[in-house]
Design a protein around this ligand. Sequence first.
Ligand code: CAA
Length: 283
Amino acid sequence: MSIQSVGVIGAGQMGNGIAHVFATSGYDVVLNDVSQEALSAAIGRVEKNTARQVAKGAMTEEARGAALARIRTTHELGELGGTDLVIEAATEREEVKDQIFAGLAPSLGADTILTSNTSSLSITRLAAKTDRPDRFMGFHFMNPVPVMKLVELIRGIATSDETYQSLLSVVENLGKTAASAEDYPAFIVNRVLIPMINEACYALYEGVGSVASIDASMKLGANHPMGPLELGDFIGLDTCLAIMNVLHDGLADTKYRPCPLLVKYVEAGWVGRKAGRGFYDYH
Ligand code: CAA
């Protein structure tokens, strides 16, 4: 089916980036969050990030105005029901996602495709609790969404070919590249990336190197744009730990055990940039 309008649930770091790329690619966007503060902050971020694109000559002021006018915000989940595609980008807690999908159900159009931006939860399990497992997929964007070229497409066991093809076309329209991943814990990117960050935590925990030397080693020695501890702070150490737990529980292999130092930082509330403190101090 042809997709023209998109509902985005959750106006956080991922949600505002997703709204940004869809609006600048010509889609009508309805952005939903329970918090007015989050919605206002998200629009502010999109305004700022698109202004930067104009300043760099990557977009005209006219195109920016048109993109911003395509984003509407709402507290009402029901207002997303008429869109062609819904992307859930709320908190990474399964009970929250289940509640959102249940809340959406009464107003959803028969053909609307439902997706989740989950970074690790089972798509098959999320889909099975909705009325449309055939029109449900994992649609995983990377942070920062306007910059990162990849989108992971994860089919649940019941996802139809038609749903997959529709989302593949959407990814092309966004100017991004799709990678298909099977529905196993943490898919591809996080299956490889998060254990690397966890291993960097072990290197720090065991005294192999300091925060500065571990990050410098991977930046200069492996050409990564950010060191693994800096990247952990950027993603959120709580998110990294949640993904390690999904890998550990789902694959039952001790190689995925979360580093005790990572657990301690999360217990302290030192979860990275968003908290002002993680492996680095952002105050
Ligand atoms: N929103 C929009 N644009 C942004 C941005 C943001 N939050 N942050 C940076 N940018 C843009 C800048 O405008 C700039 O654009 P141009 O090159 O066109 O001028 C570009 O990104 C580079 O930014 P900077 O020069 O300010 O900074 P940088 O060179 O240090 O790059 C970075 C910043 C792009 C974040 C880079 O450090 C990077 O690629 N880091 C790794 C990011 C990464 O690995 N992300 C994946 C995380 S895993 C994930 O998302 C999956 C999950 O489920 C956990």
